[in-house]
Design a binder for this molecule. Structure first.
Ligand code: SME
Length: 155
């Protein structure tokens, strides 16, 4: 897997428009990243995550902070990697085919604004290399928004 060239290709898609970039990030990852069945964003509003742009089966629309893998990532402000969602007691099932999951928190100037969530139908799909890749994707996404003179496109 050539992560460097994938990241380069991804960066060339970014526009600085928030929703545009969230939508294309999901589409890019779903089409280019192998062996995943759901990828997308949950955006934080108060104490709840709301479903944002994504690719995959329709998913749950709201997740409270602290609930599920996504809510736990927000609460802990940490990347979450779940090798087998069947063994994670508070996992929220959106697609029954999902077996492993990675959640990357998104920070805007140190403030938590949401998460990138990736599901795979394979157990233990995500290793440290993939974690670093998805982190680099979110960093590029957020840097591109910050590079715009106006913040109006950022929720
Ligand atoms: N499994 C997630 C919910 C979102 S779906 O996977 C798209 C969770 O437990 O937070």
């Amino acid at each position: 897997m050539n992560y460097a060239s994938l990241l380069k290709e991804y960066k060339s898609l970014l526009t600085g428009y928030w929703i545009t970039d969230l939508a294309n990030t999901s589409a890019f990852l779903m089409s280019e990243y192998p062996r995943i069945n759901w990828v997308g964003f949950y955006l934080l509003e108060g104490q709840k995550l709301f479903l944002g742009p994504f690719q995959g089966k329709p998913a749950c629309t709201e997740i409270a902070v602290g609930r599920g893998v996504c809510g736990k990532s927000v609460q802990s402000q940490q990347v979450m990697v779940v090798d087998d969602v069947h063994t994670f007691p508070d996992h929220i099932t959106c697609d029954v085919n999902s077996r492993s999951e990675m959640v990357i928190p998104l920070f805007k100037n140190q403030e938590m604004i949401g998460v990138l969530d990736i599901d795979s139908p394979e157990v233990a799909r995500f290793d440290l290399e993939s974690q670093n890749f998805f982190k680099a994707v979110t960093e590029a996404l957020l840097e591109r928004q910050n590079a715009r003179p106006s913040g109006v496109h950022f929720s």
